[in-house]
Design a protein around this ligand. Structure first.
Ligand code: ZN
Length: 300
C-alpha cells in the first residue's frame, strides 16, 4: 500500500506537472519523511500550498523562484509547525492572501504531551474557507474538501484543471498519519477517509512523500488498516490489557521503541474512538494514563 520511492533535491524547484511545482524543505523526521513539500500552482499569478516551516533556506528558495511572478494566494491544509509558519514571512514579502479553515483547534494540549509536529497557534487565515468553497486564480481553480481528523481544521484542495487532490497530511503515500488527541480525532479521521472514497480524484499530492496515482487502493487500504488496528486494540482490552503503555508493545510489535510515544498517541485516539462507540469505557485515570475496560454488549 505504501511507497517510499521518492526523488527530489532540497532547495530546488521541481516541475511536477504543467501546473504544479514543488520545493521540499530540509526538515526530515519520522513524521515528515524527507521534509515538507511546498507546492506552487500556476504561472504568473500563483498559489502556494503549505508554505512550510520557518526555515530560511526554504523560504528563500521559494521567493527566489517566484521573483518574476506574483503570489496571490497562500493555501494552508492545517496548522502544524511543518505546514503553516512560513506563511508569515511569505505573506510579508508578497502581500498574498492566506486561506485556511481557521486557527488551530482550541484543543487542550498539555505540556509535554504533544509528540508530533506541534501546533502553530499563531496562524489566523485572512479568509476562512469551508467544504465546497471554490478558490480561483489566474488559470487555476481549487475546490475545498474538509477532512478533519489529523487535526480538527484539516482541509484538502482539489485542483480542478488536473483532477488532483492536495491532501496535506490527511492521506500520504509513504506512511499512515498520526492522529493525536485531543485535536486529532480518529472517528472524524475515518469519516474523512470515507469522504475521499466517494470522490474520483485522479491523483493525490501529499505534503510528505510521493504522488499517489492509485487513489482508490490507498484509501481502501488506509480504512482497512485503521479498522484492523481498532479490532487489535479492542481484543487486547478484552484480554485484560487496560493501559496505553501496555497496549503499545502488544500491538506495535515491530516498531522501534523510539517511536512508541507516537504509537501511544494513535492507540489513545483509537481507544477514544472505541469509547465513542460505547465498546469500551474508562474506569480510572485520565488522558494518556486512563484505564480502559470493555463494555459487555448484548448480555453475552
Ligand atoms: Zn500535520
Amino acid at each position: 500500500m505504501f511507497s517510499q520511492d521518492y526523488s527530489f533535491q532540497y532547495a530546488t524547484v521541481e516541475i511536477l506537472t504543467p501546473m504544479v511545482r514543488r520545493v521540499v524543505a530540509r526538515n526530515p523526521s519520522p513524521f515528515t519523511f524527507y521534509g515538507t513539500g511546498t507546492f506552487i500552482i500556476g504561472h504568473g499569478d500563483v498559489a502556494i500550498i503549505d508554505p512550510g516551516p520557518e526555515i530560511a533556506e526554504h523560504i528563500e528558495t521559494l521567493l527566489h523562484a517566484l521573483r518574476n511572478e506574483t503570489v496571490t494566494h497562500l493555501l494552508v491544509t492545517h496548522t502544524h509547525l511543518d505546514h503553516s509558519p512560513a506563511c508569515r514571512t511569505v505573506k510579508a514579502a508578497t502581500g498574498a492572501t492566506t486561506f485556511g479553515y481557521g486557527p488551530h483547534g482550541s484543543g487542550r494540549y498539555q505540556r509535554g504531551e504533544t509528540v508530533e509536529e506541534g501546533a502553530d497557534w499563531e496562524f489566523i487565515p485572512d479568509v476562512a474557507i469551508r467544504h465546497g468553497d471554490i478558490i480561483d486564480g489566474k488559470g487555476w481553480t481549487f475546490e475545498c474538501v474538509f477532512t478533519p481528523g489529523h487535526t480538527s481544521n484539516h482541509i484538502c484542495f482539489h485542483l480542478c484543471e488536473e483532477g488532483a487532490l492536495f491532501t496535506g497530511d490527511h492521506v500520504m503515500g509513504w506512511s499512515s498519519t498520526i492522529v493525536s488527541p485531543p485535536d486529532g480525532d480518529m472517528g472524524l479521521y475515518l469519516n474523512s477517509l470515507h469522504g475521499l472514497r466517494y470522490r474520483d480524484d485522479a491523483s493525490y499530492w501529499p505534503t510528505h512523500g510521493p504522488q499517489v496515482t492509485d487513489t482508490r487502493r490507498l484509501i481502501n487500504g488506509l480504512i482497512g488498516h485503521r479498522l484492523r488496528r481498532r479490532e487489535q486494540v479492542l481484543c487486547a482490552v478484552r484480554d485484560g490489557t487496560r493501559r496505553i503503555q501496555d497496549l503499545v508493545p502488544k500491538i506495535y510489535i515491530e516498531l522501534p521503541t523510539a517511536m512508541h510515544p507516537a504509537a501511544a498517541r494513535s492507540v489513545y485516539s483509537t481507544l477514544i474512538w472505541l469509547a465513542q462507540e460505547e465498546r469500551i469505557e474508562v474506569i480510572g485515570g485520565s488522558g494518556i494514563d486512563a484505564e480502559f475496560v470493555p463494555i459487555n454488549q448484548g448480555g453475552g
